[in-house]
Design a protein around this ligand. Structure first.
Ligand SMILES: [Zn+2]
Length: 341
C-alpha cells in the first residue's frame, strides 16, 4: 500500500525511543524509596537480556533498481535481516497494457531477486501480481472491461511463475484502499473472487492489498475468500494494523506493518489469535520519496524491540523463541511452501 505520513525518519524514531527506554530503566533500577537500600541497589544484577538468533524476515518489501535497490537489501542484512518476500512493484507511470508488458515487468522483479541472492546473500521469495490500484487507474483510462481482462491475464502469468516456483505467491492483488464509486467497488470485489479462484486452482498463496476499515475489512475479505474456495491459511492480508486477535482479522493470516508503537500492540494481542502473522515494512524504494513508509532496517530493529519489551516485562524467553520460530520460518513454509532459510 502507498502511504506517506512519516515525519521523523525511522532511524530517528527508533533512536529516540531507545534513549527514552534506557532512561526509564536507569531511573527504575537504582533509585529506591528506602534510603537505606539506595547504596546497595546500585549493584543489583543487570536487566535480563535475550536476543533472537534465528531468521528475521521482512514479509512484504519492494525494491527498485532505480531506487536504493540492492543497497536497501544490504542495509536490511546489516541490521540482522536474513530473508525477504520481495513483492512486485508496479510502475504506475507506465502500466503494462498486455500480457507481454506484464511478462517483462515481472522479469525485472525476478532479476532483482536473483541479483540480491547472489550479491547480498539473503533469502528472497518473490511475490508477483497486478496491483489493484493499477486496475482502478486503467479502468479509468481504457474502461473497466478491458482493464479487468489485462488484470486477469497478469494474474495468470504470475501464477505460471508460482507453478514454476520462481515465485512463491500471488500479490499484491486485492481491492482499492480508497473510496471508489459503488459500481467500481462491486466490480473490484467480483474481480477479486475470480482472482482468488485462479489462485485456488493453482494452490497458490496470495498477498492482499485492501482498505483499512476495522473488523469489517477482514470479515468481508474472508467472505470473498470463502466463495473462491481458497484455503484461509493461504490468504494473507498485507499492511495489517497490529491487532492479532482472531476477532479482528476473521482468522486470516496477516503481515503487520511494524510502525512505531506496533510492538506493544503485538505483545498485547498475539495471544488472542491463532492465525499466522508476520512483520513487514512495505518499503517502497522510491527515489522521489526517500523515507516514505518504513525503511528496510525496520523489521530487524522491531524484532530486537520485541525481544527487549518481552523480556523486560518478565515474560518467558522460551515462549518468545517459539513464537519467533513460527513467525520467521514455520508459518512462511506453511503459507508459501517456501523456506526462508
Ligand atoms: Zn506493497
Amino acid at each position: 500500500m502507498w502511504r506517506y505520513n512519516h515525519t521523523l525518519s525511522e532511524w530517528e524514531g527508533t533512536r529516540i525511543r531507545n534513549e527514552l527506554q534506557k532512561d526509564r530503566r536507569v531511573s527504575n533500577s537504582h533509585i529506591s524509596r528506602d534510603p537505606r537500600r539506595r547504596r546497595s541497589a546500585r549493584v543489583i544484577s543487570p536487566a535480563r537480556e535475550w536476543s533472537w538468533q534465528g531468521p528475521i524476515v521482512d514479509h512484504h518489501i519492494h525494491l527498485d533498481k532505480s531506487g536504493q535497490g540492492i543497497e536497501a537489501a544490504k542495509a536490511f542484512k546489516a541490521s540482522g535481516g536474513t530473508s525477504i518476500l520481495l513483492v512486485h512493484k508496479p510502475k504506475f507511470s507506465s502500466l503494462p497494457i498486455d500480457g507481454e508488458g506484464y511478462r517483462a515487468a515481472y522479469s525485472s522483479t525476478l532479476e532483482m531477486a536473483d541479483h540480491i541472492r547472489k550479491k547480498v546473500d539473503i533469502g528472497v521469495g518473490v511475490i508477483l501480481g497486478p496491483h489493484p490500484v493499477a486496475w482502478d487507474h486503467q479502468a479509468d483510462e481504457i474502461g473497466v472491461q478491458a482493464a479487468s481482462e489485462i488484470h486477469l491475464e497478469a494474474v495468470s502469468i504470475a501464477l505460471d511463475h508460482v507453478n514454476e516456483r520462481d515465485a512463491v505467491g500471488l500479490g499484491e492483488v486485492g481491492r482499492p484502499h480508497y473510496a471508489v464509486s459503488e459500481e467500481r467497488w462491486e466490480y473490484a470485489n467480483d474481480l477479486l473472487i475470480d482472482v482468488l479462484k485462479m489462485a485456488n486452482e493453482d494452490d497458490s498463496a496470495v498477498q492482499l492489498h485492501v482498505e483499512e476499515n476495522g473488523e469489517e475489512t477482514c470479515r468481508t475479505i474472508d467472505a470473498i475468500r470463502s466463495k473462491s474456495g481458497l484455503d484461509r491459511k493461504k490468504t494473507v492480508r498485507h499492511y495489517a494494523p497490529p491487532n492479532l486477535s482472531d476477532t479482528f482479522r476473521s482468522k486470516l493470516p496477516c503481515t503487520v506493518s511494524v510502525g512505531r508503537g506496533s510492538i506493544t500492540q503485538i505483545i498485547e494481542s498475539w495471544n488472542e489469535g491463532a492465525a499466522y502473522w508476520g512483520m513487514e515494512t512495505d518499503y517502497l524504494d522510491d527515489p522521489r520519496r526517500p523515507g516514505a513508509v518504513l525503511g528496510p532496517r525496520t523489521v530487524p530493529r522491531r524484532t530486537k524491540e520485541l525481544c527487549d519489551e518481552w523480556i523486560g516485562s518478565g515474560k518467558k524467553e522460551q515462549t518468545l523463541d517459539e513464537l519467533l520460530h513460527r513467525v520467521n520460518r514455520d508459518w512462511i513454509e506453511s503459507i508459501y511452501d517456501w523456506s526462508p532459510d
